[in-house]
Design a protein. Structure first.
Length: 113
């Protein structure tokens, strides 16, 4: 039996769509050569796993589950560029932290200076 409103051939899924997949893009694309900062309406709260980032503007919450990512986000305001802030991250983790930082820029938690 097909649920009301569902297409006959469309697969149904009980798994919810993750919040980051529903986020509206900020329109900014990440460039490591540019300077960035934490959005002024975003607060970081330290946690055992890293930090919680809360946007008072959009009321969205993001989990920063890596201590190196948290350190980079905190260092952005004083670094000449995102690449300079990322330089402190060990080489084996740098690509993953850079991807996470790019996602924070896309979702508006971090913005260009």
């Amino acid at each position: 039996m097909t649920p009301v409103g569902a297409q006959e051939d469309a697969p149904t899924s009980a798994a919810p769509t993750p919040a980051h997949a529903l986020a509206r893009p900020s329109g900014a694309s990440f460039d490591p050569a540019r300077p960035y900062r934490l959005h002024p309406k975003v607060a970081l709260r330290p946690e055992r796993f890293g930090a919680l980032a809360y946007s008072y503007d959009t009321r969205r919450l993001s989990l920063l589950r890596d201590a190196d990512l948290v350190a980079v986000v905190r260092a952005l305001a004083d670094a000449p560029s995102a690449g300079d802030a990322l330089a402190a991250v060990p080489a084996v983790k740098r690509a993953a932290v850079e991807r996470a930082l790019a996602r924070l820029v896309e979702t508006g938690f971090v913005q260009p200076r």
